[in-house]
Design a protein around this ligand. Structure first.
Ligand SMILES: NC(=O)c1ccc[n+]([C@@H]2O[C@H](COP(=O)([O-])OP(=O)(O)OC[C@H]3O[C@@H](n4cnc5c(N)ncnc54)[C@H](O)[C@@H]3O)[C@@H](O)[C@H]2O)c1
Length: 256
């Protein structure tokens, strides 16, 4: 029997990368998964997470069809940024609106449904998992708009955990390191990025970037009853990217 048998879960960003891997993994664990994405994909509901009317109608539709919503994994997002004096204000708005306001809107409508449903045997009404980033916890050069949006997601999630904990709703972030998805590859494949790409890979203590399935596994944990006492946290899944700094000393000492 799967770990999510009988659960109903919405996954945003389900057409690609981390969201797609999460939808597959949660489905394999027995959940009924409904995907939301701006890009058409399988039976996913096509919507823009910035469109409150569309988000509200889609969430109400899932609740109507399935009777409840046990979890939301919010993975829709876009990359972008730059040193601030080079960032166009419209581009700032686009990134922050999709990554942060989109998170607010999906969380808002799913939480509104969760507070009105009966708790399960563990007293839980639902679990919210927002895919933030290690770039929402610490800076990366050139990150500006993206990093600000992800920092906003981290603190928004903590507030939701505080506001709804006594209603039996848990809210957590997953903060991935750099993951092999179309979003990341579009950045790495830009001209002149070979050295930057190598540097990013080497900065992970494990010496590689991650796979979408490794983030899906963390989202599964936070959705599942195994995480019944986990709320308000930011689960870093980054292959040691934020563990600290490496300067070649252990290599010098013979650890090749
Ligand atoms: N790939 C990484 O290295 C990495 C690292 C940390 C965090 N993240 C975060 O993980 C999440 C998933 O990223 P990914 O790497 O899988 O990217 P991806 O580009 O492969 O997938 C993102 C999905 O979001 C959808 N989307 C974008 N804008 C949307 C909108 N306005 N409304 C609805 N759907 C929209 C896209 O259509 C796409 O299917 C993002 O929030 C991203 O910021 C990614």
């Amino acid at each position: 029997m799967g770990r999510l048998e009988g659960k109903v879960v919405i996954v945003t960003g389900s057409a690609s990368g981390i969201g797609a891997a999460t939808a597959v993994r949660l489905g394999a664990e027995g959940a009924t998964v409904v995907g939301f994405d701006a890009t058409p994909h399988d039976d996913d509901i096509v919507l823009d997470v910035r469109d409150e009317a569309a988000v509200g109608a889609a969430v109400a539709g899932v609740a109507g069809d399935h009777g409840r919503i046990d979890a939301l994994v919010n993975a829709a997002g876009v990359a972008g940024g730059g040193p601030v004096h080079l960032v166009d204000a419209d581009e700032w708005d686009r990134i922050v609106d999709i990554n942060l306001k989109g998170t607010f809107l999906t969380n808002k409508h799913v939480v509104a449904q969760m507070v009105d449903q009966e708790p399960d045997g563990l007293g839980q009404r639902g679990s919210i998992v927002n895919i933030a980033s290690i770039e929402g916890l610490e800076g990366t050069e050139g990150g500006s708009a993206y990093n600000a949006s992800k920092g906003g997601v981290v603190i928004l999630t903590k507030n939701i955990a505080l506001d709804y904990g006594r209603k039996g709703i848990r809210a957590n972030c997953v903060c991935p390191g750099f993951i092999d998805t179309p979003m990341m590859m579009a950045v790495f494949d830009m001209g002149g990025m070979d050295d930057v790409r190598r540097s990013f890979v080497e900065t992970h203590a494990l010496g590689r970037i991650g796979r979408p399935e490794e983030i899906a596994a963390a989202a599964l944990f936070l959705v599942s009853d195994d995480a019944s006492f986990v709320s308000g946290t930011s689960l870093v899944v980054d292959g040691g990217y934020t563990a600290g700094h490496q300067h070649g000393i252990v290599e010098m000492m013979g650890l090749g």
